[in-house]
Design a protein around this ligand. Structure first.
Ligand code: C2E
Ligand code: CA
Ligand code: CA
Length: 758
């Protein structure tokens, strides 16, 4: 986990042009209001009614537009609301220009088309918010907001009686219909806001305040306008116009706060009591009906009030039922993230397993690495915010048939429907990649890694408890080996085969370790510069095992040094073969932290290269950052001696570990290998690309070469070339393969032997 409290001066995450635009917008609205209040007459004034009025609404459009850009057009609610503001700006521009020319547009002009469109777009955005974001509570919300809306409509029907009456009772006229349409549309907007406010457990909080206040101001202005227009009294340039500008700006500011993944809605806390809205609506409707007995009111008001009463009071049983369902839903829901909780897991996974007993499935247990550090150093609010963002990112990666739940703390459980081992590992990689993106937690940029343990049904357990226990054990393996994810391997009978010291020793003595090679390509010339040697265990019964499943065992058994020696020997043997073929390729070997502080290593390497007739410069040693956190003096001594021999030193998985960069200057290093997690997300995330580009710049400024690993597509390969990256390694060029296959690969792609003095 990396915490960047320097506010990530160079990271685009921390830059916030939206905030500046928002401040300028508020300034413009204040200037406009002051302009209106302090001038002598309400005559059309080019500066105030023209320039300032339009400046306000176009700045609001810009603020909303920036939020759209920041969210890469992926949030339809933001997109809709921003398009709504843009329509308002267009309508205002038409209106102001025409008025300035002395021809005030009548009701029903093109301005009205844009005004109406803007209401519809903003309304659609709010409906998306209510339905998608709070879908957990959709039914009670819809019911309460309908009752609330109808009640408010009944009251408004009385207030707006003077101009609703001609629209509804007189012959149809476009003007009257439009005059009534605006406040009625406002009403719908308010209904959606009420829907958000009454959502249990999701109070409006600071983030919603601009929207609610903005809409109230806007609606108020619309009502006053409708009443004035009825009398033909409306003129441009009164405080009424400033109200619209203020309302629009507040809505734009709300949009800009939504653009952040922040917890702008605050922690779930005191929600408005569930009965508040229906009770208020009931009281208002009763008041309307009582008023109706005293003086004539519109029959529409009477109908609305009656329907409100019926909906709020009559189907008590129905409402009660929904509330009951709601309570049990809440008991099954994690309050912070809205995901199913531990109780829900225990209730549903057993059924999911047995419902389709023929099908394989997988249980994944995901735990954030060093989450406690975030909580302790940055506070629980930030921790909660992080958990919410994590849960959003996880949900986005899963299919609807999968189940994601929060167990508590920083632990999440996923049940992958119809899923074998290869698929579950692919999902684990995908989830980790999604979580590895930096998080913006209100000015602090954080990077978090996760460890995932996987257990499969039915192979590793026929019931959920067993599967969860095994996933938990696998998760601890993943954590202790820093491998990211780990699949549970059954212990039964394997203690002998797999875990015991004897089998490990046998692997070393019986030559069961084999190397696979993956090419490193020079991005400028396209040549293959060298290879990385990656160890595999050709296990007599289990087949070819990947390093994540056995390296930690060797480490725990204290057998890492002999393993490193074997790998070095094999890699150098292969290097000698290539040299004989006229190919000069560097070969990179991964050396664990334990082995690098072995003072005998430099002499050993010198002897090993000499005996094969190789210069030590064919060898690259890949070390990881954690080494540098330990006995740094000792590491420096060994590395300095290796470098003096001509061995190149490369820092592997750069960016994944701890962010102390001072060692880059202190230690003799030639190359950085930027961690896969940054590279794989490059194509679909501009921020990842920016991070990669700035890291390449950093490496070059320190005189280091940069290798990108995990290059999986031509797009990423091209982008890296353009970013000035030196070397690339990844599945796109070739997976790690045995030497014989590698020779075929070389002859296919590079028929001419490559001559390079080495
Ligand atoms: P590493 O040093 O970061 O090696 C790169 C890993 O990324 C390799 O996994 C490789 O197969 C994988 N990889 C390469 N290209 C791509 C790609 O385009 N996309 C993705 N998703 N992955 C790619 P592998 O071979 O399973 O090795 C895992 C780790 O085991 C290595 O990570 C290294 O830390 C360790 N390891 C491997 N061989 C040795 C060894 O001989 N000694 C020591 N101490 N550690 C080793
Ligand atoms: Ca490596
Ligand atoms: Ca690596």
């Amino acid at each position: 986990m990396r915490i960047d409290t320097s506010r990530g001066a160079q990271t685009p995450v921390a830059r916030n042009p939206g905030r500046w635009a928002g401040i300028v917008l508020v300034g413009a609205v204040v200037a406009y209001t002051v302009g209106i209040l302090f001038r002598d007459s309400a005559e059309f004034d080019l500066l105030v009614d023209g320039v300032l009025a339009l400046l306000c609404v176009w700045l609001a459009t810009a603020v909303a537009g920036l939020a759209v850009r920041r969210t890469h057009m992926r949030r339809y609610d933001i997109l809709g609301a921003a398009a709504g503001i843009a329509c308002l700006a267009l309508a205002d521009t038409y209106y102001v220009v025409k008025t300035g020319m002395g021809e005030e547009p009548p009701l029903g002009s093109p301005a009205d088309i844009f005004y109406l469109l803007s209401y519809v777009l903003i309304l659609a955005a709010l409906v998306i918010v209510v339905v998608s974001r709070f879908r957990v509570m959709a039914w009670p919300v819809i019911l309460d907001s309908t009752v609330g809306t109808l009640g408010a409509a009944a009251v408004l029907a009385v207030v707006l009686d003077p101009f609703l009456a001609p629209a509804l009772m007189g012959p149809f006229s476009l003007e009257a219909a439009l005059a009534a349409a605006y406040p009625l549309l406002d009403l719908l907007l308010l209904a959606a806001v009420i829907g958000i406010v009454v959502t249990p457990g999701r109070p409006p909080g600071g983030g919603w305040l601009p929207l609610i206040v903005g809409l109230l101001i806007f609606t108020g202005a619309d009502i006053v306008y409708a009443l004035l227009e009825l009398e033909g009294l409306y003129v441009v340039g009164t405080p009424l116009d400033a109200m619209w500008a203020a309302g629009t700006s507040l809505i734009a500011i709300w949009i800009s706060t939504q653009g952040h993944e922040r917890l702008s809605a605050g922690k779930p806390g005191k929600a408005i009591p569930a009965q508040t809205v229906p009770t208020l609506a009931t009281v208002a409707s009763l008041a309307v009906l009582i008023l109706g007995t005293q003086r004539p009111i519109l029959s529409l008001a009477v109908v609305l009030a009656s329907v409100t009463l019926a909906m709020a009071a009559l189907p008590l049983v129905f409402r009660q039922r929904i509330r009951l369902a709601d309570v049990s839903h809440q008991a099954m829901t994690d309050e912070l993230t809205g995901l199913p909780n531990r109780r829900a897991l225990n209730a549903t996974v057993p059924d999911r397993l047995t419902a389709d007993a023929q099908r394989r499935s997988a249980v994944l247990l995901l735990d954030l690495d060093k989450f406690k550090e975030v909580n302790d150093s940055l506070g629980h609010d930030v921790g909660d915010n992080l958990l919410q963002q994590v849960s959003n990112r996880l949900s986005a990666q899963l299919r609807t048939a999968d189940l994601l739940a929060r167990m508590g703390g920083d632990e999440f459980v996923i049940h992958l429907h119809s899923c074998g081992e290869t698929e579950s590992e692919a999902v684990a990689l995908k989830l980790r990649a999604a979580l590895a993106e930096p998080y913006d937690l209100g000015g602090v940029t954080i990077q978090v890694n996760a460890s995932i343990g996987i257990a499969h049904y039915p192979g590793q357990g026929a019931d959920f408890t067993t599967l969860l226990r095994k996933a938990d054990m696998a998760m601890y393996t993943a954590k202790s080996t820093r491998s990211g994810h780990s699949v549970y391997r059954d212990e039964s009978g394997e203690t002998e085969r797999f875990h015991s010291l004897a089998s490990l020793n046998k692997a070393l003595l019986d030559d069961q370790l084999v190397l696979h090679y993956q090419p490193k390509i020079d991005l400028r010339s396209g040549d293959v510069r060298g290879v990385e040697a990656l160890v595999r265990w050709d296990h007599p019964t289990d087949g070819l095992l990947a390093p994540v499943s056995f390296l930690h065992r060797f480490d725990e058994a204290g057998l890492m040094s002999p393993l490193t020696s074997i790998v070095l020997g094999k890699a150098l043997d292969q290097s000698a073969v290539w040299k004989d073929q006229g190919r000069t390729l560097t070969v990179a070997v991964n050396v664990s932290s334990g082995s690098i502080i072995d003072a005998a290593l430099p002499d050993q390497i010198e002897a090993m290269t000499a005996i094969r007739g190789l210069h030590p410069s064919v060898l690259v040693i890949e070390i990881t950052e954690d080494l540098l956190m330990g006995d740094r003096d000792r590491a420096r001594t060994v590395l300095t001696r290796l470098r003096a021999l001509g061995v190149r030193i490369s820092v592997d998985d750069f960016g994944k570990g701890y962010s102390s960069l001072s060692y880059l200057r202190e230690l003799p290093i030639d190359e950085l290998k930027l961690d896969k997690s940054f590279i794989t997300s490059m194509t679909d995330d501009a921020r990842a690309t920016a991070l990669v580009v700035s890291t390449i710049g950093l490496a070059h400024s320190l005189g280091l070469e940069m290798t990108a690993e995990g290059v999986e597509s031509s797009a990423v390969y091209e982008a890296l070339g353009e970013s000035g990256c030196d070397l690339a390694q990844g599945y796109y060029m070739s997976r790690p393969i045995p030497a014989t296959e590698f020779d075929i690969w070389l002859n296919t792609h590079y028929p001419e032997p490559i001559e390079r003095g080495c």
